[in-house]
Ligand binder design. Structure first.
Ligand code: ZN
Length: 77
């Protein structure tokens, strides 16, 4: 996935099904991995939100982070 997404509000632009998250996506939502390149850098920084949907929990917004190598478009306006 490219790093050129417009993420100041919604990082992915699509909602993920909460029940179908991959371990990698779960790590991103847990802010344990970069939302862009999925690296587990120790100095991740805030980069907007990813949204999930669930029949029971509804639509949830998750703060996500990116590593220093990926653009932080949440503050690049
Ligand atoms: Zn990254």
């Amino acid at each position: 996935m490219s790093c050129t997404l417009h993420i100041h509000v919604d990082y992915l632009g699509v909602d993920l099904p909460l029940a179908g998250l991959s371990p990698l996506q779960a790590a991103v939502l847990d802010q344990a991995a970069c939302a862009c390149c999925h690296a587990t850098a120790p100095d991740l920084r805030p980069a907007g939100h990813i949204y999930t949907t669930s029949p029971t929990a509804g639509r949830l917004g998750w703060a996500v982070s990116v590593c220093p190598a990926c653009p932080d478009r949440s503050t690049a306006r």
